[in-house]
Design a binder for this molecule. Structure first.
Ligand code: SF4
Length: 338
């Protein structure tokens, strides 16, 4: 078994404090971090999941979802075991919720960053996506992959719960875009349903925008838990105040894991949420995990011209010309490939 030294921690008393996420877990010989993948031993913090590619796939970037970042491109998705949240409806709980006595990645199951980047290039990917579980908890591996990827012309994108520290964010070089899961606008939801706090997530969203990186936001709409008009209105208005150009993905929930008692989000609730987003001033509001007219299409906010038509995760028609509307030449915010 080979563990890798962790990079974001300080010594504290007889143990250490992890600085990766706002939990700032105290680690000692008998206590590992909440994410289950960080331990203290021999005077050092170690990460247990370095190089352990619990999930890998070549995906359309739309699947992450990113709709304004290189539409139609393929991204190489990577996720490692563990998470700092404990979402009751987690879709990847077999990977994210590691037991607190998890022994970590064996040497045979790990992949060197160079090997994985070569695999991504061989498959035709144009970016690396850290996804499936929270990238923060495999920070060291993500950082090395990002560096190797950048050297080979593959930038990185993060699909994240946004629950990471300012220090972590400042060390994320080579990451061009983030999709942040804004799960609710209610702190008690964060406590009860996902095991976190709202405020650090909002701070992350602001930091990404302030640094000029590309941001999209996703909200999984769970019937009876985060779908009141009041809550959605507060969330959409807050986002629109930051920037009306933030794409907001309203995603359909299906019962999973410990939320099997919940029902699938009705189409009417998704469409109502989309209307709330538009009414709040957001220009690009999408409905995900559901098929319906125009749910994934991008249109010009100025003249209404169709710019990108999608079926599911696939781009059927792409009419943008160097990021501009072909009819009225209004620029559309995003990162476009010519
Ligand atoms: S990354 Fe893990 S160990 Fe570090 S503070 Fe967060 S939950 Fe705790």
């Amino acid at each position: 078994m080979e563990y890798v030294p962790a990079r974001m921690w300080i010594r504290e008393g007889h143990g250490a404090k992890c600085l990766l996420c706002p939990f700032q877990c105290r680690l000692n010989l008998s206590n590992r971090g909440r994410c289950g993948v960080r331990i203290f031993s021999d005077g050092q913090v170690w990460t247990l999941n370095y190089g352990y590619t619990g999930a890998i796939a070549l995906d359309p970037v739309e699947k992450k979802p990113f709709y304004h970042f290189w539409p139609g491109s393929q991204t190489f998705s990577v996720g490692a075991p563990g998470c700092n949240f404990t979402c009751l409806g987690c879709q990847n709980h077999n990977l994210s919720q590691v037991p607190l006595n998890w022994a970590g990645a064996g040497r045979a199951s790990t992949k060197l960053a160079e090997v994985l980047v070569a695999e991504a290039l061989g498959e035709g990917a144009t970016s690396l996506a850290f996804t499936y579980t929270e990238p923060t908890i495999f920070f060291e591996y993500a950082q090395d992959l990002s560096e190797r990827g950048q050297e080979k012309g593959l930038p990185s994108v993060w699909v994240t719960n946004g629950f990471f520290s300012k220090e972590t964010f400042e060390r994320l070089e080579n990451v061009l875009a983030f999709n942040v899961d804004l799960k609710s606008f209610n702190d008690s939801f964060y406590h009860k349903v996902v095991g976190g706090n709202l405020k650090p997530v909002l701070e992350t969203i602001e930091r990404i925008l302030n640094k000029g990186l590309w941001l999209e936001v996703t909200t999984l709409l769970i019937p009876g838990l985060n779908d009141t008009s009041e809550e959605l209105l507060s969330m959409a208005k807050w986002l629109a105040k930051l920037s009306v150009d933030i794409p907001w993905h309203i995603s359909r929930f299906s019962p999973r894991y410990k939320q099997l008692d919940k029902t699938t989000t009705p189409i009417s609730a998704l469409e109502k949420a989309r209307q709330i987003g538009w009414d709040s001033g957001l220009r690009y509001v999408y409905i995900g995990n559901a098929n319906g007219p125009g749910y994934g299409d991008t249109t010009c906010h100025s003249c209404g011209q169709s710019l990108i038509r999608r079926s599911g995760f696939w781009v059927d028609e792409y009419l943008l010309e160097q990021g501009q509307c072909p009819k009225c030449a209004t620029p559309t915010p995003g990162r476009w490939r010519s």
